[in-house]
Design a protein around this ligand. Structure first.
Ligand code: ATP
Ligand code: MG
Length: 388
């Protein structure tokens, strides 16, 4: 019970972002992630957030895992708390960091003293513990510039803490601090990565999925919901708005030229996403489009979809190669689900010869045959909301 997690806060220097709201948001997000893992005390002090188990039986391994995915944290360490004396800190370092002390070839001790009543200076404390550790592990060399292992000692108000170097945190900003956006989630590789990238910048997400039953199966929908669930350790709980899209696609097929189909469909996606955004107070729309990847992802096609949307459209993977996107998808754990072979609404209705550079004029002319408002309203009214 005397092991805790120390988290180093990120980008607090950000201009215009006040520290208090940053910390409050981060603490709230951390508490929600820890809710099912036991009772924890979570608080911040001096640019560090503390996660302390407040009862026996807290699952520290899963808590650690959860905290590595918390946006707003740049680094984190598991630390052992002990009595505020040099001997106790030395003993704790020897027991707690024993295997790391055996493995490292070079080391140093770094001390911080928040409690100024502690009788030794930071330098004296480092020298004492460093000297003793050097005697106990004779193979270790001291290297103050590039040590393999740094033993950190922190004397704080209620206790002292001993830990090794921090592991890298998830970076970014606490989810929610930058407002809310609607993100278009398909079953592919790119859109989950786009969601992750925007959540990382502090944006809470509402997910929208266009579902073309029976052209696409219930399994395809379940796959998308699973992708959404895989994102929750990073993005927090979300609502997936599942939009019935079949009627619109069939109407397009009846009344519009096939070669414009993809872009026309995407314009409808934007119109609907915008309605969802309005209802949930979102300030932007996110997609996983990447320039040149497919026919609907040319600049001209993007212009055509942007034209029906008053909100900014964020396309975080727009300049990335597929390989770069895949690397992130693997890292965040969505890749294996994304490549499961279920059809997407776009692939079912893919035209044989899509127009690469449709003009706004021809798209609008094609849409003149449709009752856009009614189609959009019917789709919005048919939305099924699934909380993940
Ligand atoms: P992805 O891998 O994300 O599916 P993609 O390379 O297959 O992307 P498109 O199918 O052209 O590209 O889709 C581009 C973007 O449009 C997607 O990243 C996603 O944001 C959105 N999108 C496409 N299909 C759907 C859908 N059925 N539901 C919700 N959003 C979609
Ligand atoms: Mg796709």
């Amino acid at each position: 019970m005397n092991e805790i997690i120390l988290l180093k806060l990120g980008e607090l220097v950000l201009k215009g972002l006040n520290r208090r709201s940053f910390e409050d948001k981060l603490i709230g997000n951390a508490r929600r992630r820890l809710k099912d893992l036991g009772k924890f005390r979570v608080y911040t002090k001096q640019s560090t957030m503390y996660v302390e188990p407040a009862e026996d039986g807290c699952d520290m391994d899963r808590a650690w895992e959860a905290m590595t995915k918390l946006f707003g944290v740049v680094g984190l360490s598991r630390a052992r708390a002990c009595e505020k004396s040099a001997e106790a800190m030395l003993e704790t370092a020897r027991r707690y960091l024993d295997s790391q002390l055996r493995q490292a070839r070079t080391f140093k001790v770094e001390s911080k003293r928040a409690d100024k009543s502690f009788p030794m200076t930071s330098i004296q404390l480092s020298q004492y513990v460093g000297g003793e550790l050097h005697d106990a592990y004779p193979h270790l060399q001291v290297d103050v510039h590039h040590p393999e292992l740094t033993v950190h000692l922190e004397v704080r108000d209620y206790a002292a803490y001993v830990h090794a170097d921090p592991a890298p945190g998830a970076g970014g900003l606490p989810v929610g601090i930058g407002g809310r956006a609607v993100s278009l989630l398909s079953g592919g590789i790119d859109s989950p990565v786009a969601c992750w990238m925007i959540a990382k910048r502090g944006i809470a997400l509402e997910l929208v999925h266009f579902f073309s039953y029976p052209y696409t199966s219930l399994e395809a929908k379940e796959k998308v919901l699973n992708l959404a669930r895989l994102l929750t350790p990073w993005c927090g709980h979300m609502v997936v708005h599942v939009v019935p899209f079949t009627a619109i696609q069939e109407e397009l097929r009846r009344k519009c030229p096939e070669e414009l189909f993809t872009v026309l469909m995407r314009r409808f996606m934007m119109r609907i996403a915008q309605q969802v955004a309005q209802r949930c107070g979102a300030g932007a729309i996110v997609t996983g489009e990447s320039l040149g990847q497919v026919a609907s992802q040319t600049m001209e096609a993007m212009r055509a979809t942007t034209a029906v949307c008053a909100l900014p459209i964020l396309r975080p993977v727009v300049g990335m190669d597929k390989e770069e996107i895949v690397r992130i998808a693997r890292k965040i754990g969505t890749f294996d689900t994304s490549i499961l072979p279920y059809e997407d609404c776009c692939t079912v209705f893919t035209p044989r010869h899509p127009r690469l550079r449709p003009t706004l004029g021809e798209l609008e002319a094609a849409e003149a045959a449709l009752d856009i408002e009614e189609l959009v309203q019917a789709a919005v009214e048919g939305i099924e909301r699934v909380r993940v």
